[in-house]
Design a protein around this ligand. Structure first.
Ligand SMILES: [Zn+2]
Ligand SMILES: [Zn+2]
Length: 196
C-alpha cells in the first residue's frame, strides 16, 4: 500500500487526486504507444478496428507523440472511418484503450482502498486531498462507518451554503444578501461533480 501512497504523493495533482492518478496511468500507456507501439502493424490494426482513441485521449496522444507517430495513428483512424462511411456502415462505437486503462486503474484503486481501510496515514492523506464526488463514492464504498462519515461531513458547509443561496432567493429573505462564500458554493459544487 505504501507504494500507492508514494505514487499518489508524487503526482502533484491539481483537482481530484484519483482523477489525476487515472489520467496519469492512461498517459503512460499513450506514451508507450507513441514511443514505439505505433510501428507495430498488428497493434495499429487493433487500434484502427476499435475506432482509435476517444477525442480526449486522441488529443493527449498528439500532445505526447512525435509528428510522424501522430500522422500514422491519425491516418489509420481516419481512413478506416472514412472508408466505413463510404460504404454506409453503422457509426463506429469507439472502444478507447486509454479509457479502459482508466477504468482498470479505478478498479485497482478500489481494491487498494479496501486493503488500506485501517491505515491511518493513508486515510489521512486521502482526507486532506481533493476528491471529486465520483471518487468520494468509490472511497466511501470501501470504508467502515466512522471513516465514511468523516469524509462525507467534510462537505457539510458546502451543502449549507447552497441551502442558504436557495433560501435567500425567497422574497421574504432577499434583503439578507448572499455572501461571497455562498456565491462561490455553486462553482465549488460544480468542481466536485465534474467528471474529469
Ligand atoms: Zn475524481
Ligand atoms: Zn479515452
Amino acid at each position: 500500500m505504501s507504494s500507492l501512497l508514494h505514487s499518489l504523493q508524487n503526482l502533484k495533482a491539481t483537482g481530484c487526486l484519483f482523477c489525476a492518478y487515472e489520467r496519469h496511468q492512461a498517459r503512460r500507456y499513450l506514451e508507450g504507444i507513441a514511443n514505439d507501439g505505433i510501428n507495430d502493424p498488428p497493434l495499429r490494426i487493433r487500434l484502427r478496428n476499435k475506432g482509435g482513441f476517444c477525442g480526449r485521449h486522441t488529443e493527449e496522444f498528439v500532445e505526447e507523440a512525435r509528428v510522424l507517430s501522430s500522422a500514422i495513428l491519425l491516418e489509420a483512424m481516419l481512413s478506416h472511418r472514412l472508408e466505413r462511411s463510404r460504404f454506409g456502415k453503422r457509426p463506429i462505437v469507439v472502444d478507447c484503450e486509454a479509457c479502459e486503462i482508466e477504468r482498470k486503474t479505478r478498479d485497482n484503486l478500489a481494491k487498494s482502498i479496501r486493503r488500506s481501510r485501517e491505515d491511518r496515514a493513508f486515510l489521512d492523506y486521502l482526507f486532506q486531498s481533493e476528491l471529486c464526488v465520483g471518487h468520494l463514492e468509490l472511497v466511501c464504498h470501501q470504508l467502515p462507518e466512522p471513516s465514511r462519515y468523516h469524509f462525507v461531513d467534510k462537505h457539510f458547509q458546502l451543502l449549507q451554503n447552497l441551502a442558504e443561496v436557495i433560501r435567500k432567493h425567497d422574497y421574504r429573505f432577499v434583503s439578507e444578501g448572499i455572501s461571497e462564500e455562498e456565491t462561490k458554493s455553486i462553482e465549488r459544487a460544480l468542481q466536485l461533480l465534474r467528471d474529469e
